[in-house]
Design a protein around this ligand. Structure first.
Ligand SMILES: Cc1cc2nc3c(=O)[nH]c(=O)nc-3n(C[C@H](O)[C@H](O)[C@H](O)COP(=O)(O)OP(=O)(O)OC[C@H]3O[C@@H](n4cnc5c(N)ncnc54)[C@H](O)[C@@H]3O)c2cc1C
Length: 437
């Protein structure tokens, strides 16, 4: 019989953590004495929270339940559409989280019992928790556009969750004839990544300019303005012949806003025809990005308000509906922060610090948050918007820090624009390493 040495004890701890038991390595706590955090969703918010809780307090037993084996970042997925990068370059696995002692379970969460503090999965498992963090990203309002639903989206992809749909949309663009038309339907506010549809237009225009210069892009937009509006207008004009004074003119890009009839009513998948107030538009490739709401599990768990998002206390990200459950990332109501990956990452760190403090019975620190969103309009031409936020104790909400943040200057400076692209790539490398390594 072998002696139970400290080395063997540690080995047993790692094995037990991997098997999801309450024996937690790092804490030397056995049989239920360590605190348990169960995280629903291993995307940007969920994976960040998991890693940072373990880094802040390795005695906490952290389990992430994630539906997919690999995660594809939405950020930089527009560059996959233009052929500037591969799908593999935005693919990340979970071995990094395991190295931090996080128990990663590949399953779909089907329910959360807030009274019993138990998370249930499609695989039939139950996970008890002291605190639960829900980070399921977004779901789509499938009833918003008649004729467009989850089944139709397999062939007319929204590609608003990166992965197989990104690949489908890319291959449709590649197969499209020169002179074809690409229709983009951005969603109503609020939605994941406010500048995303317009960066997508720029990236596809870049691809068309290089390979299919006779092609056109028609944007049927339910809005009158969008994120980084002036910068996108100027960028589309500089690179793709767009005329901001005549947005529905003859250039490669036509932007039809709500006042010009851009509100879409229905879609006929058989003929690839989009019906909007301005008339019927037949596309060769169609990209409908439906209006959004919190991830499905947030509804099943009763965490949503009447607008379909999850109200939270901005200091802890604890749900204002169910105690001991926190919601971070796109599903949460964290305005004035946008629904972005950087925001989800920042919220998850704030939430991790709050959860660790609350598990110890300590007081929660007053947080600050950050967001920067880069968009690449063309090779060597990047733009960004940045903002710092803080929690206002008196007002009990998240506010913008006056004088912080900024926007790329409107006057075109090639050196600065090239640097913005370098910053964008550097940000991508840093955040994916921060979340998954
Ligand atoms: C085209 C595009 C470009 C973008 N560019 C940028 C950018 O440049 N910068 C930026 O900051 N942001 C960008 N974003 C936004 C960013 O991707 C999201 O805001 C971010 O991913 C939100 O993180 P999250 O954790 O809330 O959701 P996600 O990252 O989507 O993670 C949710 C995870 O939960 C899992 N899940 C859901 N339900 C369950 C369940 N029931 N059981 C188990 N697992 C479940 C999902 O599989 C998923 O892995 C972009 C988005 C798009 C679409």
């Amino acid at each position: 019989m072998s002696k139970f040495t400290r080395r063997n004890f540690l080995k047993a701890g790692v094995a037990a953590a991997a098997a999801g038991t309450s024996l937690s390595y790092g804490s030397f706590a056995i049989g239920g004495s360590s605190k348990k955090v169960v995280i629903v969703g291993g995307g940007i918010g969920g994976a960040t929270a998991a890693k940072y809780i373990r880094m802040m307090d390795s005695s906490v037993d952290v389990t992430v339940i994630e539906a997919n084996k690999n995660y594809y970042t939405c950020f930089m997925s527009n560059e996959v559409l233009s052929g500037e990068r591969t799908l593999d370059s935005i693919k990340f696995g979970y071995s990094g989280l395991s190295k931090h002692g996080v128990n990663v379970v590949n399953d779909v969460v089907t329910g959360i019992d807030a009274d019993k503090r138990v998370v249930k999965t499609a695989g039939g498992d139950s996970f008890s928790y002291d605190r639960c963090i829900v980070a399921p990203g977004v779901d789509f309002k499938w009833d918003a556009i008649e004729g467009y639903d989850a089944k139709i989206a397999e062939n007319t992809p929204h590609a608003w969750k990166a992965g197989p749909q990104t690949a489908t949309l890319r291959s449709q663009l590649e197969a499209m004839k020169d002179g074809g038309s690409f229709i983009v339907v951005p969603p109503t506010n609020p939605f994941r990544c406010p500048p995303g549809p317009y960066e997508r237009v720029a990236q596809v225009a870049h691809y068309f300019t290089k390979h299919k210069p006779k092609s056109s892009i028609i944007i049927l937009d339910p809005k009158k303005k969008f994120s980084k509006f002036g910068l996108f207008n100027a960028g589309w004009a500089k690179h793709y012949g767009y005329d901001p004074k005549n947005p529905t003119g003859d250039g490669m890009i036509k932007w039809i806003n709500n006042e010009a009839g851009g509100i879409v009513e229905s879609y006929d998948a058989a003929t690839k025809t989009v019906s909007a107030d301005a008339g019927n538009f037949k596309g060769d490739v169609v990209n409908i990005i439906p209006p959004q709401k919190a991830g499905k599990i947030a509804f099943a768990a009763g965490l949503t308000n009447d607008k379909g998002w999850c109200p939270v206390n901005g200091k802890t990200f604890e749900s204002t509906i169910h105690k001991n459950i926190h919601v971070v990332g796109d599903s949460s109501v964290a305005a004035p922060m946008p629904k972005s990956g950087y925001a989800a990452n920042s919220e998850a760190k704030v939430c991790a610090a709050a959860v660790v403090a609350l598990l110890k019975g300590g007081s929660v620190p007053t947080p600050a948050y950050v967001n920067t969103c880069y968009s690449i309009i063309a090779p060597g031409d990047g733009i960004s918007v940045a903002m710092v936020y803080k929690y206002d104790e008196a007002a009990g909400k998240i506010i913008k820090v006056k004088g912080s943040g900024g926007l790329t200057p409107g006057k075109f400076d090639p050196v600065l624009r090239e640097r913005e692209v370098e910053y964008a790539y550097s940000w991508f490398n840093n955040i994916t390493s921060d979340v998954f390594n």
